[in-house]
Write a new protein. Structure first.
Length: 180
C-alpha cells in the first residue's frame, strides 16, 4: 500500500497545475469521467496495475480509452504519469485528494453532520451559516442519520469533531457516576 502522503502529493500537484493553467473545472470534469469509468469497470485498474501485462499494452489501452473519452492534455498527462509510476490503481484515492485540494483552494470545507433524525431544509441552512461563521469558509454539508445518537448532533469538519449528542452526554454522566 502506498502511503497517503504520496497519493496526496499527486493530488495537490495536479490541483496546483490546474489552477495555474486556469483549467480546474475542465480537469475536474475529465477526472470525474475517468473515476466513473473506473468505478463501472474496476477490472481496468487491476489490469493497469498487473505486472503480467506489458507496459506497452497498458499504455495502448489507456490511449484507446482517451480516444473514446477525450480529456485535456493536463489530465491525459496525469493519467499517463500514474500509469508509468504504477500508481493508477490508487486513482480513486488520488481523485478524492484532488477534489479536497481544489475545495481548499476555493475556500470550501466539508462537514459531516450526524443526527438522530433528518434535519429540515431550514435547519440545514442555519447550520451551514453557523459553520461558515465558525470556519470562515464556505461549507458543504454531508448529512447522515444515526439513530444511536438518540438526539443532538455530531459535526465533523476536517479532523475537528463537535459532539453535542445525547448519547455522549449520557455516557459522560454514566462515567462520572461510576467514578464516584
Amino acid at each position: 500500500m502506498i502511503p497517503s502522503a504520496v497519493l496526496g502529493r499527486y493530488a495537490k500537484s495536479l490541483a496546483d497545475v490546474a489552477f495555474e493553467e486556469q483549467i480546474e473545472r475542465e480537469v475536474t470534469g475529465n477526472l470525474d469521467t475517468y473515476n466513473q469509468i473506473f468505478q463501472a469497470v474496476p477490472d481496468i485498474l487491476e489490469t493497469f496495475h498487473s505486472p503480467a501485462i506489458p507496459r506497452e499494452t497498458k499504455e495502448r489501452v489507456l490511449a484507446e480509452l482517451m480516444v473514446r473519452h477525450p480529456v485535456h492534455t493536463i489530465a491525459s498527462n496525469f493519467l499517463r504519469i500514474l500509469l508509468q509510476q504504477n500508481r493508477i490503481l490508487y486513482f480513486p484515492q488520488i481523485f478524492q485528494g484532488y477534489l479536497k485540494a481544489v475545495s481548499e483552494r476555493k475556500g470550501i470545507v466539508s462537514a459531516i453532520v450526524s443526527t438522530a433524525s433528518p434535519l429540515s431544509q431550514q435547519e440545514m441552512e442555519n447550520l451551514t451559516g453557523k459553520l461558515a461563521g465558525i470556519t470562515g469558509k464556505s461549507v458543504n454539508i454531508e448529512s447522515k442519520t444515526d439513530a444511536s445518537l438518540l438526539g443532538g448532533i455530531v459535526v465533523q469538519v476536517g479532523s475537528t469533531v463537535f459532539d453535542g449528542s445525547i448519547r455522549t452526554r449520557l455516557n459522560s454522566v454514566k462515567r462520572r457516576l461510576s467514578e464516584n
